[in-house]
Design a protein around this ligand. Structure first.
Ligand SMILES: [Zn+2]
Length: 178
């Protein structure tokens, strides 16, 4: 383990990247880009490059990051966009997984998923979990809780910092649409 918690084999891949939030895929309005970028920075600072991939529909999912991406230090967050408070929760949920990985709590070794240093299950077992079983995993329970808490805290503080950056955003704040 490195000081950041990242496994040594992946630390250099993470640390060599430029800090920024980039948008990929679906077109996203300026107000949403400002909001999503500020939210990501509120959670991880400017220490990571995060590619946000907003999606208008994702089946039953609200977002995902992949273990392959985490291991290669390329953080892509696919998430359901739309109503901003929910979209922020979805981003916050996935970013929580990124932070779990960064501090070494969530890790992958071959086909094993490790939680807090101990093998927890295999990827094959993970793939066949039902909805309830998935939600009960310790890293999922934490991501749900943190995603909701971080999005709510951000929306309480955001208007002060983001005021004046976009007329559309000001309108949303002024009319309690967020
Ligand atoms: Zn999750």
């Amino acid at each position: 383990m490195t000081p950041s918690g990242l496994p040594a084999r992946v630390a250099s891949r993470w640390l060599s990247r430029q800090a920024s939030v980039r948008f990929k895929g679906a077109k996203t309005g300026k107000a949403f880009r400002i909001l999503y970028r500020a939210f990501v920075e509120s959670m991880v600072g400017k220490s990571l490059t995060v590619d946000l991939h907003p999606r208008k529909s994702m089946g039953r999912q609200t977002g995902h990051v992949t273990s392959q991406d985490l291991d290669r230090g390329h953080i892509r967050i696919f998430f359901l966009t739309g109503y901003p408070p929910y979209a922020l929760r979805n981003i916050g949920h996935e970013l929580t997984h990124v932070l779990q990985y960064k501090r070494g709590d969530l890790a992958f070794e071959g086909n094993k998923i490790l939680w807090k240093g101990h093998p927890y299950m295999t990827k094959e077992e993970y793939d066949v979990l039902d909805y309830a079983g998935h939600g009960n995993l310790p890293w999922e329970a934490e991501a749900k809780r943190e995603g909701e808490a971080k999005a709510a805290a951000f929306l309480r503080s955001a208007p002060t910092a983001l005021r004046g950056k976009s007329p559309a955003l000001d309108y949303m704040f002024d009319n309690d649409l967020l």
